[in-house]
Ligand binder design. Structure first.
Ligand SMILES: Nc1ncnc2c1ncn2[C@@H]1O[C@H](COP(=O)(O)OP(=O)(O)OP(=O)(O)O)[C@@H](O)[C@H]1O
Ligand SMILES: O=C(O)c1ccc[n+]([C@@H]2O[C@H](COP(=O)([O-])O)[C@@H](O)[C@H]2O)c1
Length: 193
C-alpha cells in the first residue's frame, strides 16, 4: 500500500490543502492519505492557538466524504512536541508493509534540516514536495525527494485567520462545514460570515 502522510497545523484547513492533497494522491497513486494535525508544533510551539481537538474536528469536517482521506489523531495522543520522526515510526509499526510518502509544501524544504532526526525522516518515508504551478523551480536541494505538481490555490491559514479577524467572509476559501465551525466557535477573534 502507498500511504500518504500530510501533517500540519491546519489552523484552519483550507481549499489549498484540499487541492494539494487531492492532486498529490493522484500523482503518487496513493491508496490513502492521512491528515495529521500537530499537537505542539516543534518549531512554532504555542503560536498555534486553536485547541488541537478543534483543529482535528475542522480537518474531519474538511475531508468528510472523500474516501481517499482520513484524519488521524496520533500526534494529539502523544505528549510533547509533534516530531515527524516519531509519527513516521508509529505509522511504520502500524503498517509494516506500507510505502510511506511524506507530503510537504516547498516552503518546508529549507527548514527540514532543522527537524529532529532529518536523516531518519528521509529513511522512513519518501519526501513528496508539493510545488504549485507557477512556482519558481526549487533551488537545488541536497535532499532526495520527488516533486509533485499541484494546482495553485493561493490560500493560507494565515490569510483565513486574518479575514476572520476582520469580519470578512470565508466563503469559498474553506469548505462550508469548516466555515460553520469557525463561526460557531467564534474562532480567530472575529465574527466571520
Ligand atoms: N495553498 C496551499 N497549497 C498547497 N499546499 C499548502 C497550501 N497551504 C499550505 N500548504 C502546505 O500544507 C501543509 C500544512 O500547512 P499549514 O497547516 O501550516 O497551513 P498554512 O496555510 O501554511 O498555515 P499558516 O498560514 O498558518 O502558516 C504544509 O506542508 C504546507 O506547505
Ligand atoms: O519533526 C520536526 O522536528 C518538525 C519540525 C517542524 C515541522 N514539523 C512538521 O511539519 C508539518 C508541517 O508544519 P507546518 O509548519 O506547515 O504546520 C507538521 O506536521 C509539523 O509537525 C516537524
Amino acid at each position: 500500500m502507498r500511504l500518504g502522510v500530510y501533517g500540519g497545523s491546519f489552523d484552519p484547513p483550507h481549499l489549498g490543502h484540499l487541492v494539494a492533497a487531492s492532486d498529490a494522491c493522484e500523482a503518487l497513486g496513493l491508496s490513502r492519505l492521512l491528515w495529521i494535525p500537530s499537537a505542539v508544533h516543534p518549531l512554532k510551539g504555542d503560536r498555534v492557538r486553536t485547541a488541537p481537538q478543534l483543529r482535528l474536528e475542522m480537518v474531519r469536517a474538511a475531508i468528510a466524504g472523500d474516501e481517499r482521506f482520513q484524519a488521524d489523531d496520533l500526534e494529539l495522543r502523544r505528549a510533547g512536541p509533534s516530531y515527524t520522526v516519531d509519527t513516521l515510526r508509529e505509522l511504520r509499526a502500524r503498517h509494516p508493509d506500507a510505502e510511506l510518502f511524506l507530503l510537504a509544501g516547498a516552503d518546508l524544504l529549507h527548514e527540514l534540516p532543522r527537524w529532529r532526526e532529518p536523516d531518519e525522516v528521509m529513511r522512513l518515508a519518501t519526501l513528496a514536495v508539493v510545488s504549485r504551478e507557477g512556482d519558481a523551480l526549487a533551488p537545488e536541494s541536497p535532499l532526495p525527494a520527488v516533486a509533485v505538481r499541484v494546482a495553485r490555490v493561493d490560500v493560507s491559514s494565515t490569510e483565513v485567520r486574518r479575514r476572520a479577524a476582520a469580519g470578512q467572509t470565508l466563503r469559498y476559501l474553506v469548505p462550508e462545514p469548516v466555515r460553520a465551525l469557525i463561526e460557531r466557535h467564534g474562532l480567530y477573534g472575529g465574527r466571520s460570515r
